[in-house]
Design a binder for this molecule. Structure first.
Ligand SMILES: *Cc1c(COP(=O)(O)O)cnc(C)c1O
Length: 407
């Protein structure tokens, strides 16, 4: 009798028949050249396979090193560096939900999809959010930003360093932070795709909160992110009267784990170890050399794409180097290109939220010469296969000239 009871209970929802990962995953891993996640170094993959006690002495040491390496990458001496279990958007929500609440005046410089996300998070905590809407493929002038700050008198200004969606680079970031500071506002910067790919100096530029994800510039795994608050921002966090409605993202509770070796929630230990290794590799390379590698690779990629006859989406003055936007030829959609290049050439690239472009990332491990040759070749071949007229040899030659410094 017990047996039959057991059988009927377990057959109410029958056990599914599924395939093993070996059967699902491609035989050769796809080369991840889209807008993230990006390929991870072997040291990161190895660390990601380890589970340790999240409150033990080893973890305390790891956390201490993660914070000090993160301070170097953020270029800050602020004590208030914390990790977040969650995507870049969770770090974003940690910044917004701890610094803004009912009635807070927030000015959001909106360049596209991701900068709009910060505005939306502000609205959701009850802040009075105004947006400075910037036309696609351009940045706001400093005059427009100064005028918006005068008009809105924000307590907080949010801005993205690299707007991954339309591949625009806010190259005025330092000056924008200066304008906001002078008006007494705190500045939150989304550096999810740009951190460690191009200069960002949190302290010297007067930034109050910087957020990043793991899976882009840092070349770690997705799901563990980093945030840094300035002293002024931390004071605001500590001075708020109503508690943050997001319990997991409450910076005061997270302080317990990230600064006092105590418990908040079970930390994603494997992901933190992976992040440790990713940061260690950034430190071993140094920021200067890493920025130079990214710049050289991205410019060579752009040369290669343009030389084969495709058009880059963003004008050079505000073109993001961390993710390159490429116009899709007439008669095709981004999905046609992305699915062909993936299926036929095992290279993954991205579309972009309704824009007529495909995007190729230049973040972390994506900026390697062998990956670039394979990607430019695969993209050119895809165009040929689709019947688009391109000069692939000219593209490969331009890439080589860019990489060998003969640009
Ligand atoms: C990818 C990205 C995000 C979102 O990161 P998730 O990890 O997907 O949440 C936010 N901002 C920018 C600029 C990004 O590139």
């Amino acid at each position: 009798m017990p047996t039959s009871t057991f059988t009927s209970a377990s057959s109410a929802v029958p056990c599914p028949v599924v395939e093993s990962l070996d059967a699902i995953l491609p035989e050769e891993p796809l080369l991840m050249m889209g807008a993230g996640p990006v390929p991870i170094p072997a040291a990161v993959a190895k660390a990601n396979a380890i589970v340790i006690n999240h409150l033990g002495g080893t973890m305390v040491k790891v956390i201490g090193q993660v914070k000090s390496m993160a301070r170097y990458v953020f270029q800050t001496n602020s004590k208030w560096v914390l990790g977040v279990a969650g995507p870049g958007s969770a770090a974003m929500e940690m910044a917004i939900s701890n610094l803004a609440w009912e009635g807070t005046r927030v000015l959001s410089i909106k360049n596209g999809f991701f900068s709009e996300r910060m505005a939306e998070m502000g609205r959701r905590v009850g802040a009075r959010v105004s947006t400075l809407d910037v036309a696609d493929r351009s940045v706001a002038s400093l005059e427009e930003i100064a005028e918006a700050i005068r008009r809105e008198r924000p307590e907080i200004v949010t801005v993205v360093q690299g707007e991954t969606s339309n591949t625009v680079w806010n190259y005025h970031l330092k000056e924008i932070a200066g304008l906001a500071k002078a008006a007494g506002a705190l500045v939150i910067v989304d550096a999810v795709c740009t951190l460690s790919t191009m200069p960002l100096e949190m302290d010297a530029w007067g930034i109050d909160a910087v957020i990043t994800g793991g899976q882009k510039g840092l070349s770690s795994i997705p799901g563990v992110s980093l945030i840094a608050f300035s002293d002024a921002a931390w004071e605001r966090v500590k001075g708020r009267t109503a508690p943050n409605a997001h319990w997991c993202l409450d910076a005061s509770l997270a302080e317990n784990f990230w600064h006092n070796a105590g418990y908040h929630y079970t930390a994603p230990v494997s992901g933190v170890l992976a992040l440790h290794e990713a940061l260690r590799l950034v430190c071993a390379e140094t920021l200067e050399k890493r920025f130079a590698r990214h710049l050289k690779c991205s410019l060579a990629l752009q040369d290669g794409v343009a030389a084969m006859g495709l058009r880059l989406y963003t004008p050079e003055a505000c073109r993001l180097n961390s993710v390159v936007g490429i116009e899709v030829p007439d008669g095709f959609g981004p999905a046609d290109v992305c699915s062909h290049i993936s299926r036929m050439h095992q290279v993954e690239i991205s579309g972009s939220f309704g824009l007529p472009i495909v995007r190729v990332g230049q973040m972390g491990e994506q900026c390697r010469e062998h990956n670039l040759f394979r990607t430019v070749h695969a993209l050119g071949r895809t165009m040929v296969d689709l019947g688009v007229k391109v000069d692939l040899p000219a593209g490969v030659a331009a890439l080589e000239r860019g990489l060998s410094g003969a640009r």
